[in-house]
Design a protein around this ligand. Structure first.
Ligand code: ADP
Length: 446
C-alpha cells in the first residue's frame, strides 16, 4: 500500500520536472530559431547582392563587412577556387564538406539551412570556379544551451527541494484529519464512541461531520439498547423472584402434607394456602401475559362508555373487602367517553382495587367523575399514602412501595404498569398526588 504522502511527493516531483523540462525546451527552441533567423538576416544583408568576381576584391568585401557578418555570432568566411581554400577568415586551412558546400561546388544551388541540416552554412558561386562559403560553428548557441542546462539542473535541485517541502506540508494537512478519522473509527470499533475534530472545511471536513453524526447516533442507539437490555434482565429476574415465593410455599406445604400425619383442620388450612398461592401465581402469569401483550389482544372495539356505572360495578365487586374494612366509598358525577371498554375497565379496576387495598379500616374512598372536553376520573382515598420518592417508580413493573406488605395484600406490583400500558394504548393520561399516611389521588384523563 502506497502512503498518500508518497503519492503527493511523487506528484510534486513529476510536476516540477515537467514544468522545468517544458520551460527549458521552449527556451532552447526559441533561442535556436532566433539564431537561425539572425543567420538568414546576415546572409540577406551581406551576400544577397552582386558580388565581385575577383577573389581579392571579394575577400576585401568580406573583410569590410566582417563586423556585420559576425553580428550575433561568430562565423568564418572562405573563398574557394576549384574546391580549394584560397582565402579565409579562419585560422585553420581545412573545412568539412557539408551538403550545402557539396551542392554548390558541383554546380547546384545552396540549400537554406534548417534545424535538421548537418551545418549552419551558406555558399554561393561568385565566378566560374570561385565559391564563397560562410559557416557558423554554432559555438555561441551551444554555449548558451550548456549554460541553460546548468541553470536548469540547479533549478531542478531547488525545485525538488521545494516540492519536497510543499509535499510534506500538503500531505501533513491532508493526512492529519484522515489519521484522526482512522483513530476515531478504531476507537469506535473498540466500543468507545468518540467525535473527531478535523478543523477542515473541505470534503474531509464534511466526512468528519458525517462520522460524528454517525458516532452520536450509534452512541444513543447503544445506550437505548443497553437500557432495554437492562430492563429485560430486571424483568426476568423479577418474574423469577415473584414466582419463586409462591412455589416455595406450595412445595413446603405439599411436602408437609405428604410426609406428616396432620389432622383434618391443619390439612384444610394447608390446602387453602396451596390454593391461594396457586391462584396468586395464576394471577401473576395472567398479568404478565397482559403486560407483554402475549395474551391475544381483543380487537379494540370502541364503544360509548358511561363512566359512573363502570366505577360503581368495580366498587360492587370489591364490596366484601369494603364492608370488612368499614370503608365509606362513593361515586359522584358522570361522563360519557368513546373508547375501548376493556382497557378503560382495566385502568379503573386497578386504581379502585388499589384504593381499597391500601386504605385502612374505617377509611374513605371517593371516585369523582368530571365531564368536559377531556373527561376525567379521580380515585381518592385517605389510606396509607405513598412516599414522595416512590411516586416516580409507581408505574414500573413489579414496583411496590413496601415489598413485604405488598405480598401480604396480594400485590404483585404489576397493576399500575398494566394501567399505564392500557392508558397509553387509548391515549389517556394518569397522574398521581399523594401524601404519606394522609391521602392518595390517581387521576385518569381521557
Ligand atoms: P400492587 O399489585 O402491588 O398493588 P400496583 O402496580 O397496583 O401493584 O401498585 C404499585 C404500588 O403502588 C403498590 O405496591 C403500592 O405500594 C402503591 N400504591 C398503589 N396504589 C396505592 C394507593 N391507593 N395507596 C397507597 N399506595 C398505593
Amino acid at each position: 500500500m502506497k502512503k498518500i504522502s508518497t503519492k503527493i511527493y511523487i506528484s510534486m516531483f513529476a510536476l516540477t520536472l515537467a514544468v522545468l523540462a517544458f520551460v527549458g525546451a521552449a527556451l532552447i527552441l526559441s533561442k535556436t530559431l532566433d539564431y537561425y533567423k539572425d543567420f538568414e538576416q546576415t546572409v540577406t544583408a551581406v551576400f544577397d547582392r552582386p558580388l565581385p568576381e575577383d577573389t581579392d576584391e571579394l575577400y576585401e568585401y568580406v573583410k569590410n563587412e566582417y563586423d556585420v557578418i559576425c553580428l550575433g555570432s561568430r562565423k568564418e568566411v572562405y573563398i574557394l577556387e576549384r574546391g580549394n581554400i584560397v582565402k579565409s577568415t579562419a585560422k585553420g586551412g581545412t573545412i568539412r564538406m557539408t551538403d550545402t558546400l557539396e551542392s554548390v561546388i558541383s554546380g547546384g544551388f545552396a540549400k537554406r539551412p534548417n534545424l535538421t541540416s548537418d551545418a549552419l552554412d551558406y555558399a554561393v558561386r561568385t565566378g566560374e570556379d570561385t565559391v564563397l562559403y560562410m559557416l557558423d560553428t554554432r559555438a555561441d548557441l551551444y554555449a548558451y544551451i550548456r549554460e541553460l542546462t546548468v541553470l536548469f539542473l540547479q533549478a531542478l535541485v531547488l525545485g525538488i527541494l521545494l516540492a519536497a517541502l510543499c509535499g510534506y506540508f500538503i500531505s501533513k494537512k491532508l493526512t492529519r484529519p484522515i489519521q484522526k478519522l482512522t483513530d476515531g473509527a478504531r476507537r469506535m470499533s473498540e466500543g468507545e464512541f468518540v467525535t473527531v475534530e478535523c478543523g477542515a472545511r473541505d470534503e474531509i471536513g464534511n466526512l468528519c461531520g458525517v462520522f460524528n453524526d454517525m458516532s452520536r447516533q450509534i452512541k444513543s442507539d447503544f445506550a437505548q439498547f443497553e437500557r432495554v437490555e437492562q430492563s429485560r434482565r430486571e424483568f426476568v429476574a423479577n418474574v423469577s423472584h415473584e414466582l419463586k415465593t409462591p412455589l416455595t410455599v406450595i412445595k413446603s406445604y405439599s411436602e408437609t402434607l405428604m410426609n406428616m400425619d396432620v389432622d383434618e383442620a391443619t390439612r384444610r388450612k394447608f390446602l387453602a394456602v396451596i390454593s391461594d398461592e396457586t391462584e396468586r401465581m395464576s394471577d401473576i402469569v395472567g398479568q404478565l401475559l397482559t403486560i407483554s401483550g402475549l395474551k391475544a389482544p381483543a380487537a379494540a372495539e370502541n364503544s360509548v362508555i358511561s363512566l359512573a356505572p363502570v366505577c360503581q360495578s368495580i366498587l360492587s365487586a370489591q364490596s366484601i373487602a369494603i364492608e370488612n374494612k368499614g370503608i365509606t366509598a362513593s361515586v359522584t358525577g358522570d361522563a360519557k367517553i368513546v373508547s375501548d371498554m376493556q382497557k378503560v375497565s382495566a385502568i379503573l379496576t386497578n386504581l379502585i382495587t388499589n384504593a381499597v387495598k391500601y386504605t385502612e379500616n374505617d377509611g374513605k374512598i371517593a371516585v369523582t367523575i368530571t365531564d368536559g372536553e377531556h373527561p376525567s376520573v379521580t380515585v381518592w382515598d385517605d389510606g396509607i399514602g405513598i412516599a414522595n420518592e416512590d411516586i416516580p417508580h409507581l408505574f414500573e413493573r413489579f414496583y411496590r412501595t413496601d415489598k413485604a406488605r405488598g405480598r401480604e395484600t396480594g400485590g404483585s406490583g404489576l397493576g399500575l404498569a398494566i394501567a399505564k400500558q392500557c392508558a397509553d394504548a387509548i391515549g389517556a393520561n394518569i397522574t398521581v398526588r399523594s401524601e404519606l399516611h394522609k391521602f392518595t389521588e390517581f387521576e385518569v384523563t381521557f
